[in-house]
Each structure stands twice: as structure tokens, then as C-alpha cells.
Ligand binder design. Structure first.
Ligand SMILES: *[C@@H]1O[C@H](CO)[C@@H](O)[C@H](O)[C@H]1NC(C)=O
Ligand SMILES: *[C@@H]1O[C@H](CO)[C@@H](O)[C@H](O)[C@H]1NC(C)=O
Ligand SMILES: *[C@@H]1O[C@H](CO)[C@@H](O)[C@H](O)[C@H]1NC(C)=O
Ligand SMILES: *[C@@H]1O[C@H](CO)[C@@H](O)[C@H](O)[C@H]1NC(C)=O
Ligand SMILES: *[C@@H]1O[C@H](CO)[C@@H](O)[C@H](O)[C@H]1NC(C)=O
Length: 465
């Protein structure tokens, strides 16, 4: 009896185990089937999409871990052997009227010193469908800039058309004419492939156009402005208010931006897409500098030669007119409105300080991290929008640090002048103090009922002899 109980128990357990194994096997089987289905769907899906692409395989496009696998044609020059500080990237096509590309390159090279040129490389992407034009232009560049080519300061490339996605029968968003859609969609791809090529050449990447003129020593100004952004997580810095001119990126973001342009190439023009890119990477506000470093010079657009005379009124070609604004901390006892913080008056980024109505004795002081041989100070208060919000009565003084105090405090103020109609501008200040000043002090000398906007403070230090 006992024995048969044991036996039937054993049978029951074996039966249970058998069923369990069968069940597991069938789960496993289902898994395998699902995997097959997924694989099949993937292949079919990819294949169907891929047929719309010519030779270029979408599969490779998706699988590439970083850059897109494209073999570019080198029309002139070669990429630099060492990683540079900055790449300037531009695309160019044949224009119906004037062509500005050679002037643009001339401006870049002439406005930069030898030292600056060593830190940058220009990538010219010739993207005309007419090969003859591309070759002729490359030849022209080689004739005009043999030294720059030899020093690998410029490289001229072309992407074979077979790498391009379809440019016919695209979506006609915004009711754009078909011609326009084709033009802007191709331009997105041109830019994507340019960026893809350039992504590993330097630390920073600057997008420009083929019809611009640049500021003397723009690289030095870019470096200075980059230093002012240290510790922030910017995505795009803008050195022009126009189109896709003078937008600066970290090169590490460039492969992603290239893919982004490819993904949405037919949806909208590049100068809208790059704004979406910045927003997606969670930089909410545009960061544009007060002085534009690149000016649009073309009169005719590359699209059907239509008139496009857009000019950037913030362009400053003269290096000496761009203030130095050495690093400084700001102390004020004037109440701040919202996020119109004191640093916005002094920052090279567009913005201003907006404070509550100040009283006599209130002040606004810049404390330099290092004493600086200041030779010019320019201060604007009020704004076009709020003309009454200027500093009605005030003066400017230079000070030096009182040492031996625990916290640095400015003292020994030497007044250098008064505000006139809310503005202050004084040059030749280098002998006003015995020692290089540590502080610039704005003192309110009369109580006012209007609030106070300080639009901008510009400071020049004496150039080293
Ligand atoms: C993607 O790349 C990996 C590694 O190079 C490779 O093993 C895999 O087969 C590729 N997948 C496809 C879909 O091409
Ligand atoms: C890149 O593409 C070429 C030609 O299409 C191919 O031979 C090569 O294996 C590809 N390289 C990578 C890393 O996928
Ligand atoms: C980028 O360049 C560096 C050297 O300049 C090289 O070691 C690295 O492999 C390159 N990366 C890619 C993805 O090409
Ligand atoms: C400084 O502010 C004044 C007044 O708002 C304005 O006219 C001027 O363009 C500003 N300059 C810079 C460089 O921001
Ligand atoms: C400042 O002093 C130096 C040396 O004495 C002199 O050469 C220079 O002209 C002075 N500058 C001004 C603006 O007075």
C-alpha cells in the first residue's frame, strides 16, 4: 500500500515535470517564432524603405554607431592631420547671378592671423549637381589659395549623388512650391553630409554660408565668448542673427545633428530645424552675442537667384570695437526684476539688467578677478522700449581692492565722470589710477522713481604693447 502510494506520487510528479517542460518548451518555441517574425518584419520593412534609396543602404544608416559611412570625393586638399580647435563648414552651389564663395574664403583667411589659422580648418562642400562646375570651382580655389591648401587649412569635398535620399515627390509642407521643397530638402542633406565629414576634425564646429564676410580675429572673439559660457551646458551659440550663419556647436553634438537633419530633411528648412534641435537638447533660450562676427554679403539667394539683401545690423567688423569685458563678479544693492540679473548687463550675450527704482547711494559694482589696465568704459542705460528707465543721475568710479579684508572689497574710489542722459563713454583712462583698477563702480547720486535698465557695459583693456 505504502509502496503503491509512493509509486503513484512519483508518477504524478513526473507527469507534472513533463507538463512543465512541455510548457516551457512551447514558450521557448513561441519566443523563437516571435523572434523570426520580428526579424522578417525588420528585413521586409528595411528592404521596402531601402528601395527608395539608391545605393545608400538605410540599414547601414541605422546601424552606424556614430558617423554616416560615406565615401566623399576630395576635390582639393586633404583634412588636417591633427584635431583643430574650430571647423568652419559651408556648402556652395552654382548661383544664377554672382558667386561669393571665393570672397568668403578670402575674408576668412585675411581676417585671421597665422596663429589663428593654425587652430582652424575650413571645409567647403561643393554640392552642385553639375560636376563640371564643382571641379572648376575646386580648381579655382586651388589656384587662389595654394598655401592654405598645402597647410591643410581648407579642404574641398563633394558627396556623390548616390548617397542622397529621394528629392522628388516630397511632402509639400507650408504649401511650398515643389522647386522650393526640393531646394531646401537637398540643402538639409548637403548640410548633414558636410557636418558628418567635419564631426571629427575639431573641438567646435561653426556653420557658415558661402556668402559672408567676417570680423577681424573672429576666432579670438569666439574663444573669449566661449570662456564666458564656461560651466553652462549650451548647445548652440549664435554669432549672427541671420539664417544658418555663424551657429557654433560642440563637435560631439555634430553626428547627432547630421542625423537629425537627415531624419527631417523634407519637413522644413535648415534654419528652422536647427532651432528644434537646440530645443530638443533642452537649451530653451537662444544665446546670441551682442556683436555678430559674420555678415551676409550676398544680394541674390542661391535659390533661383531671388533677391536677398538681408543684413545683420549687429555685425562688427572692427576687432578694436569689440569690448574685452574681462571676467568679473557683480555686486549691487539695487533690487532685481525677475531674471533680469546684474550679469546680463555685462555679459557678451544679448540681454540687460532691470532693477527696481534706485535711491541715492545705491551702487552697481564690477569686481574683476584680476586687476586690468582699463582704457575705455562705455555704459548704456535705458532702452528703446523703456526710454524712461535710464539712470537719471549717477557717476562712475574706478577702485582698487582693499587687501587684508576677509572678503575682497573695493575701496579708494576715484571718480572718472558722470552719466549724461543715461549714458557714459570715456576713453584714455589708463593713467586715472596709480595701480590697475580692480573695480568699476556705478554710483546712483539721486533717488529716482523710474526703475533702472542697464542695457550694456563695455570695457576695453589696454592692448599689450
Ligand atoms: C550592425 O553592426 C553590428 C556590428 O558591426 C553587426 O554585428 C550587425 O550585424 C549589424 N546589423 C545590421 C542590421 O546590419
Ligand atoms: C562603409 O561602406 C563601404 C562601401 O559601401 C564598405 O565597404 C565598408 O565596409 C563600410 N564600413 C563600415 C564601417 O561599415
Ligand atoms: C577621430 O579622430 C581621432 C584622431 O584625430 C581618431 O583617433 C578617432 O578614431 C577618430 N574617430 C572617428 C570616429 O573617426
Ligand atoms: C547697448 O545698449 C544701447 C541702448 O539700449 C543700444 O542702442 C546698443 O545697441 C547696445 N549695444 C550693444 C553692443 O549691445
Ligand atoms: C599714460 O602714461 C603713459 C606713461 O607716462 C603715457 O605715455 C601715455 O601717453 C599716458 N596716456 C594718457 C591717455 O594720458
Amino acid at each position: 500500500m505504502r509502496c503503491s502510494l509512493k509509486r503513484s506520487l512519483a508518477t504524478a510528479i513526473s507527469l507534472f515535470l513533463f507538463l512543465l517542460i512541455m510548457n516551457l518548451a512551447s514558450w521557448h518555441h513561441e519566443d523563437l517564432v516571435m523572434n523570426d517574425v520580428r526579424k522578417w518584419a525588420k528585413t521586409v520593412g528595411l528592404h521596402n524603405i531601402a528601395t527608395h534609396w539608391t545605393v545608400y543602404s538605410l540599414r547601414k544608416f541605422i546601424n552606424a554607431t556614430n558617423t554616416l559611412n560615406i565615401s566623399y570625393d576630395y576635390l582639393a586638399g586633404l583634412p588636417p592631420l591633427q584635431k583643430k580647435f574650430l571647423t568652419l563648414g559651408l556648402c556652395s552651389i552654382q548661383r544664377m547671378r554672382q558667386n561669393y564663395l571665393l570672397d568668403t574664403l578670402t575674408s576668412i583667411f585675411e581676417q585671421s592671423s597665422e596663429e589663428e589659422l593654425k587652430e582652424m580648418v575650413v571645409v567647403v562642400h561643393l554640392t552642385d549637381t553639375d560636376h563640371k562646375w564643382n571641379s572648376q570651382m575646386a580648381l579655382e580655389i586651388a589656384r587662389r589659395f595654394p598655401d592654405q591648401l598645402h597647410q591643410r587649412n581648407v579642404v574641398v569635398i563633394h558627396t556623390p549623388l548616390e548617397y542622397y535620399p529621394p528629392l522628388e515627390g516630397l511632402k509639400r509642407n507650408f504649401n511650398d512650391p515643389e522647386e522650393r521643397v526640393r531646394f531646401r530638402s537637398k540643402q538639409n542633406v548637403d548640410y548633414a553630409y558636410l557636418m558628418n565629414f567635419a564631426s571629427n576634425l575639431s573641438t567646435y564646429y561653426l556653420m557658415i554660408e558661402d556668402d559672408v564676410r567676417c570680423t577681424k580675429h573672429f576666432l579670438t572673439v569666439i574663444k573669449r565668448n566661449l570662456a564666458s559660457q564656461e560651466g553652462t551646458s549650451w548647445v548652440t551659440l549664435e554669432f549672427s542673427k541671420l539664417g544658418y550663419i555663424a551657429k557654433l556647436y560642440h563637435s560631439t553634438d555634430i553626428p547627432r545633428l547630421a542625423r537629425f537633419l537627415m531624419l527631417f530633411y523634407q519637413e522644413m528648412p535648415c534654419d528652422w530645424l536647427f532651432v528644434h534641435f537646440r530645443l530638443l537638447l533642452t537649451q530653451k533660450e537662444e544665446i546670441r552675442f551682442r556683436q555678430s562676427l559674420f555678415q551676409h554679403v550676398g544680394h541674390y539667394s542661391s535659390f533661383q537667384g531671388t533677391l536677398n539683401k538681408l543684413k545683420d545690423e549687429d555685425f562688427e567688423e572692427d576687432f578694436s570695437k569689440i569690448p574685452d569685458n574681462p571676467p568679473a563678479d557683480i555686486i549691487t544693492d539695487i533690487g532685481t526684476f525677475q531674471d533680469y540679473t546684474p550679469s546680463k548687463a555685462y555679459s557678451s550675450v544679448i540681454g540687460y539688467f532691470w532693477g527696481k527704482a534706485p535711491s541715492a547711494g545705491n551702487s552697481f559694482t564690477l569686481l574683476f578677478r584680476q586687476a586690468a589696465p582699463i582704457f575705455r568704459i562705455q555704459i548704456y542705460t535705458g532702452s528703446q522700449e523703456y526710454p524712461d528707465c535710464y539712470l537719471h543721475e549717477g557717476l562712475v568710479a574706478l577702485g582698487t581692492y582693499k587687501s587684508h579684508t576677509s572678503r575682497p572689497r573695493c575701496a579708494n574710489y576715484i571718480p572718472i565722470g558722470h552719466f549724461a542722459k543715461g549714458n557714459f563713454d570715456k576713453q584714455n583712462l589708463e593713467n586715472s589710477t596709480t595701480f590697475d583698477p580692480n573695480c568699476v563702480h556705478i554710483l546712483v547720486t539721486n533717488t529716482q522713481s523710474d526703475s533702472l535698465i542697464i542695457s550694456n557695459i563695455s570695457i576695453w583693456i589696454k592692448p599689450k604693447a
